[in-house]
Design a protein around this ligand. Sequence first.
Ligand code: NAD
Length: 356
Amino acid sequence: MEAPIFTYMTKYRYRKVVLCQNADVGLKAVIAIHSTTLGPATGGTRMWTYQSEADAIVDAMRLARGMTYKYAAAGVDLGGGKCVIIGDPKTEKTEGLLRALGRFIQSLGGEFQTGEDVGTTLDDMEVMAAECDYIVTLPEHAGGAGPIAPATAFGVLQAMKVCCREVYGSESLKGRRVSLQGLGAVGAEMLKLLAEEGAQITVADIDEVKVGWARRDVGARAVGPDALYAEPCDIFCPCALGGILNDEVIPALRCRIICGSANNQLWEERHGDELHRRGILYAPDYIANAGGTIFDTDRLRKGGFNRERAMRNVARIGETMERLIARSQREAIPTSVAADRLAEERLAMKERVRLI
Ligand code: NAD
């Protein structure tokens, strides 16, 4: 953290950070609530082996703020929050720990609601829901929308087509060279969609089994994880890690478009400026990857979950991307800045409405 915690909270206008502990079940968790301007703070629960407790707090806070922007820009009436559990999801996750966290979230009375994230599953959410009324992401049999990765990938595809239209004059992906980083939940869906669109796909994943599957099933080319950045391609599609668009990677990239699902792709905000300067069209991560969350939170709208409405709203990611490109050109700003302005304007609008 670049400053003491209250200075950081004041600078970025966080509402609260809650530390939850229950030594009996080994629970150490952080709930960061960034904004409730548009609605209850909402964001996934991540379980990760953090190097330090401070790292966990920073991660929860950064991710919570990201959720505020994601919902605001997507036109969803929810605020930004995030929960992180400190621990190894493979060895330290127990029913007791999940239930204890569920009780903490319940005690916030609906100010924060959550779902699955890295290190947690829909099944874990079902366990937490036994203690808590504020679990959004649930399996279909428990009243939820089910897996969200297909909607995330579909949203990325909509943004990618708009970027292609802008750069190449056609939104068709047929024959376009796409470098796909990561073949996890979203990457695997992306691979299928890109293959259906007739793209020429090059993949990389640290998991050789997944790479073998991509080669066999859709005839994708594969390169090593580090080699992917310098692969000549039309579109780089990051679906694995955050922070990859940094001082080292950006000069190596040989693409015209970056559009993928990974969260927090820009190492720092200035890297969005650098992509703009180099003429690489960047689909801001929280715009392109909002599909899953738009789909998932549809169940909170009047009348409950409606798959058709949810997918229609996911498809609108394309229109948002069009607006960002137009604004970036009109105001001579990077698309990353255009996205932040879009989100901040919606938040400011809601603040004004609140004052009436
Ligand atoms: P996942 O854990 O299922 O998949 C990540 C994949 O990336 C794994 O296959 C992993 O082996 C691979 N990977 C890790 N390091 C790599 C490297 N150096 N090079 C290449 N591959 C590497 O995660 P996911 O749910 O598919 O999410 C992918 C990204 O998209 C994450 O950043 C996530 O935060 C973001 N995201 C996901 C969703 C969703 O619907 N799941 C929604 C929004 C954003």
